[in-house]
Design a protein around this ligand. Structure first.
Ligand SMILES: Cc1cc2nc3c(=O)[nH]c(=O)nc-3n(C[C@H](O)[C@H](O)[C@H](O)COP(=O)(O)O)c2cc1C
Length: 319
């Protein structure tokens, strides 16, 4: 079956499937596995402790695959200046840059005249329109089912994607709550030209930095086992529900504010859970799609499965 869409054409990939930026988890192993499987893998820039480390990681991806890949910039979220990192991505001739988490205008300024595809992750129609005005080549639209940071409006993927598809003329990539071939075909039906997945890719063999405990929680957990934290500080984000997230929500209920929350929502607390599997000492991002995750396949197996499911669905439609 032909999987050509505006997204596969734009990014020069075989299947319209993108691995989202995954803070502290999206390194060369995962990015290259996704790109080798026919999708677009990404390295998350701001998880690396220095721009030179980003260069090393990009060079590792290039050794592992000759296919296109991206570098993700979650700006604002980690608070560190990104411009030196972006210079490295430009020097290394990275084919795709994706961005989220803040005003992307400075990234567009720095990328002026650079031959790179620019993707912006948004969570609202107005942000998608703005991204198109700034010069985005495509927008990724994340609904409130998604793992990690979300929009403030609580709009689900099914309502958001068709509206964004109507509002912009650039390709739209649906994100949030997608984990299988049914999700892929639904997204294409909603007017998207591709999908982005985050949580599903954490529960794969090549997400080598994620602890066994984290992956097992994604397999065992249901769609009811996530909660949204940080709403009271204007940065809602979905995590696996655990005693640590209970504590965060308790502080928020008492209007604790950033100062009281900061140790609980820090990168260190995140790493305790996701790297060391210490779930009593931290938190882990995850979306409601964990209710659909039943195993930890290799990325290649996951792609084969999603594409086979998609082809079965298309077969039913055309019969
Ligand atoms: C563990 C994890 C870490 C994430 N970190 C980032 C990040 O650093 N940058 C980013 O753009 N998005 C990040 N996201 C969001 C994903 O890229 C993606 O948009 C989201 O996971 C889609 O929803 P899904 O989890 O239902 O697939 C993260 C998501 C997860 C689950």
């Amino acid at each position: 079956m032909n999987w050509k869409t505006r997204v596969t054409e734009l990014l020069k990939i075989k299947y319209p499937i993108i691995q989202g930026g995954l803070a502290h988890l999206a390194y060369s192993d995962l990015a290259a596995a996704v790109s080798n499987a026919g999708g677009l893998g990404q390295v998350t820039a701001m998880s690396l402790s220095s721009p030179e480390k980003l260069r090393d990681e990009i060079q590792k991806v290039k050794k592992l695959t000759d296919k296109p890949f991206g570098v993700n910039f979650a700006i604002g979220q980690h608070g560190r200046p990104f411009s030196d990192y972006l210079d490295i991505a430009i020097e290394e001739d990275v084919p795709v840059i994706s961005m989220t988490g803040g005003n992307p205008a400075p990234i567009f300024d720095q990328l002026k005249g650079v031959n790179v595809k620019k993707l912006v992750l948004v969570a609202a129609k107005r942000q998608a329109v703005k991204a198109e005005e700034l010069g985005a080549d495509a927008v990724m639209v994340v609904g409130q089912e998604g793992g990690g940071h979300l929009g403030r409006d609580d709009i689900g993927t099914f309502v958001l994607v068709p509206q964004v598809a109507d509002a912009v003329s650039i390709p739209v990539i649906a994100s949030g709550g997608i984990g299988d071939g049914r999700g892929l075909m639904a997204a294409l039906s909603l007017g998207a030209d591709g999908i982005e997945m985050g949580t599903r890719f954490v529960a794969t063999k090549e997400c080598v930095h994620a602890s066994e405990l984290y992956k097992n929680r994604l397999v065992e957990g249901t769609e009811n086992d996530t909660v949204v934290i940080k709403r009271t500080i204007g940065a809602p984000a979905r995590v696996i529900a655990n005693p640590w997230s209970d504590k965060i929500l308790e502080i928020e209920k008492q209007n604790g504010g950033y100062e009281q929350l900061k140790n609980y929502i820090s990168g260190n607390a995140n790493k305790k859970y996701i790297y060391e599997g210490k779930e009593q000492e931290g938190f882990a991002w995850a979306g409601q799609v964990m209710g659909l995750i039943k195993d930890i396949p290799s990325v290649e197996e996951l792609f084969e499965r999603i594409i086979a499911e998609g082809e079965t669905i298309r077969g039913k439609w055309t019969n």
